[in-house]
Design a protein around this ligand. Sequence first.
Ligand SMILES: [Zn+2]
Length: 511
Amino acid sequence: MSDPDWTALGRSWWSHVQVLADDSMEGRGTGTAGFQRAAEYVARQFQAAGLEPAGGSGYLQSVEFQVSQLDEAASSLALVGPAGVEPLRLREDAQIAVTSETVPDLDAEVVFVGYCLEVPEYGYSDLAGLDLKGKLAVMFIGGPSDIPGPIKAHYQSFSERYRNLRKAGAVGSVVMSDPKVPDLPWPRVATGLLMPRMELAEYGPEEPRPMPLAISFNPARLDLLLAGSGHTAAEILGRLGGPGHLPRFPLARRIRAHAAVRRSTAHCSNVVGVLPGHDPALRQEYVVGSAHLDHLGVGEPINGDRIYSGAMDNASGVATLIEIARRMHESGERPKRSLVFLAVTGEEKGLLGSAYFAKHPSVTGRVVADLNMDMFMPLHPMKYLEVQGLDESTLGADARALGAQAGLGVHADPVPDRVLFIRSDQYNFVKAGVPSLMLSVGYQPGSPEEENVNHFLHNRYHSPADDLDQPVDLVAAAQFTDLLGRILTRVANAPTRPAWNADSFFRKFAK
Ligand SMILES: [Zn+2]
């Protein structure tokens, strides 16, 4: 098989990014008219690619949300101790992360709980022996170096934390990220929390609800919290990410919170198209290719721009789904199992559209795999394929084989502390027992490519600068798109359905 015309494929891919990340789409915020226009575009492209509508309402699957938005001007946070009340500056020092459960007023003692991790498989507990009844728990995202990345990742999900904190009687959380881990910088965390926050309208009986109070704290202001506790920020930051527990101790001051919340409801849609499989025995099994269509919408202006276009996050992934469907249509290729092309809503609101689809799949049969894309980063020539979940299931072997065939190095997450395996939509499939991967253009630690990625995270990620005016390698995007199509096809044609590896932690979710 000869190589495709990479330039032509790259241009075709880019044409969808141009539409989806255009200002007229207004950042594709969940529940907005801009998102609806983007969803209609994707549905038209799915139709043109010959996919069958599979959302329940044509290509669209309706999802209902409850919405909470912080009224920052009417809200406040303060540290309260024997020496008096010290107000915290919202957005500078800390920000309130409002939910359907946020209470208007809370005044509580505070305990530093390290990573707030409970990992029974490793006999590891950050909460054992601590009195958290009626208190707030302060924690860092991350975990000790001696617990494997995927396990740390799973136990750091909000639902696991809520479950453990509620069991311990805590009334809320104060969360910080490790400043050493390249990720969203604090100012964008704080302004991001001003956008409407969403939850699915329904909670299952087993699903833990959010806490009465959740605060995100600027790690650069850690000393404010620790004052009088006998511990310093330098000590804690120095030990972050090392082996074993962080110190855990009560803080000297209480936190007093007043949260003003505007509440409403919203509707939005997943977009679902199916290429039916040709094997009568296997076509009831579905291999999902997924990417989130939503982004952050219109928000706080940065450098005069209010539209969070989300070109890489994640118009790029949806464009790849469209191109894979189009190319399969043109080639007439039809694998044995059915393929689902799934563009989900509500990812930026907490992986909500994929949670809804995983709970209420709009296809009849069995979902056997998910291959997800979220910001696959075609910023430089593709020499490596990065695979989240590489060593967890047989899908890893498929990615390895086709990556090698394409002349690529294949590697797992180079920055495990960013916990990407639980941070995008594949995680809802994982929790439903479905072997899953997230794939992107890879890079080696210490390389100029790594610098590109970190530069993007620092300067464009979740900001209006993730728009059409940025350097993108269209050939890399084309090669990635071609490779993802091949992996989907291989999985859909395999004699046996994908399975978790015997030693995978995530096997415990298998049905
Ligand atoms: Zn994002």
